[in-house]
Design a protein around this ligand. Structure first.
Ligand SMILES: Cc1cc2nc3c(=O)[nH]c(=O)nc-3n(C[C@H](O)[C@H](O)[C@H](O)COP(=O)(O)OP(=O)(O)OC[C@H]3O[C@@H](n4cnc5c(N)ncnc54)[C@H](O)[C@@H]3O)c2cc1C
Length: 329
């Protein structure tokens, strides 16, 4: 079943909770419905998939059609292989997997959005990345309507990137098969203060999930109450030479190829932008990497204004140019 609305203007399409207007919004359930929408010449182009809208900033009216999957997502389990519709809420899947006793998704708990969006972004947290679990994904080419299956290698994953992200908007993920880990696999507790949060408890997947959610809740705004898109900027990866001798207490992670990854949050904080504000947009007090819609009335212009102020301040102070992780449309 498909449902098409024209000239929409809504605040509930993205977790930023800012007004989004678009020429059309089309709901679909099956791959066949999606093929019918692709073949419909009356739909304004381009066609753009939207999942939970938790990594999107609409900076102007979208003149194409937003494609949103509706309906109850199916999950088929076959031992460690789970085949899941891409519109499944990622955290619901994390909860199901953790409750089953299998490992692999517990560290991804609490990341907003859908499985499809997470596979495009290679969403990750606490040492885990969604892409590393992918066995295969069923895609639909949004130009031709052709359906085909790809594996993890095809997706070309790296830090918060994938081939789908690079070839923006060409394909829709319809379903994906994930390879989970047995209950006997070791827990990954090396990031954040997960070990301390567990406080001596057995690190079974459900307990690790609980710890991850507790750590996240203490740092990040709850998207149901405060609009944001999570980390607004990517952690910059720069040549080690460029920061040699600069700020010895600047956290840096050696990438092993002459480059280091820096903490964007630290750079923003030390450029004096913690608590900075433009109109209704503000950096989140306990995590300056997150730009929030502080009172619910921010505009895209406020968010863009603050983004530019942060980029300028970090560039002036450290000569490093931050790039946004949040996709701008
Ligand atoms: C409070 C908060 C905390 C966050 N924490 C994290 C975190 O810890 N780690 C992290 O990595 N991210 C985090 N994020 C960002 C975001 O939740 C993730 O990037 C998430 O995976 C995006 O999924 P989505 O369904 O919302 O995608 P959307 O924002 O809807 O879309 C993102 C991109 O994916 C594409 N897309 C979506 N679904 C499909 C599909 N089925 N097929 C093809 N393309 C598709 C869209 O076209 C778009 O290009 C956070 C966000 C918030 C608000």
């Amino acid at each position: 079943m498909t449902r098409i609305e024209r000239n929409i203007c809504r605040r509930d399409l993205t977790t930023f909770a800012i007004e989004v207007s678009a020429a059309a919004l089309a709901g679909w359930e099956t791959a066949g419905d999606l093929a019918a929408l692709i073949a419909d010449p009356s739909l304004p182009r381009p066609l753009k998939l939207i999942g939970g809208g938790s990594n999107l900033l609409f900076t102007r009216r979208f003149e194409g059609t937003l494609l949103m999957r509706c309906g109850e997502p199916a999950v088929e389990r076959s031992g460690l292989l789970w085949t899941v519709d891409a519109n499944m809420v990622l955290d619901d899947l994390c909860a199901l997997v953790a409750a089953s006793g299998l490992r692999g998704m517990e560290n991804l708990s609490g990341i907003p959005g859908t499985l499809g969006g997470a596979l495009v972004q290679n969403a990750g947290a606490y040492g885990a990345e969604t892409g590393s679990l992918l066995v295969e994904a069923e895609l639909v080419d949004l130009q031709s309507g052709r359906m085909f299956t790809v594996d993890r290698e095809w997706m070309n994953y790296s830090y918060r990137r994938s081939r789908l992200k690079d070839e923006d908007g060409h394909y829709a993920i319809v379903r994906a098969t994930l390879g989970l880990l047995p209950a006997s696999a070791p827990a990954n507790l090396d990031y954040g203060n997960l070990r301390a949060m567990l406080d001596g408890r057995e690190p079974v997947p459900a307990a690790v999930r609980e710890a991850v959610i507790a750590v996240r809740d203490s740092k990040l705004p709850d998207p149901r109450r405060v609009g944001s898109a999570g980390s607004f900027f990517r952690n910059p990866e720069v040549s080690a030479d460029t920061i040699a001798g600069v700020e010895p207490d600047m956290p840096r992670y050696d990438l092993g190829d002459g480059r280091v990854k820096l903490s964007a949050a630290w750079l923003i904080d030390h450029a004096g932008m913690k608590g900075a504000r433009v109109g209704g947009a503000m950096t989140w007090p306990s995590q300056p990497l997150v730009i929030v819609n502080a009172e619910g009335n921010a505009t895209a212009a406020d968010i863009l204004g603050l983004e530019h102020e942060i980029i300028s301040a970090v560039s002036r102070r450290f000569n490093i140019i931050l790039t946004p992780e949040v996709e701008h449309l």
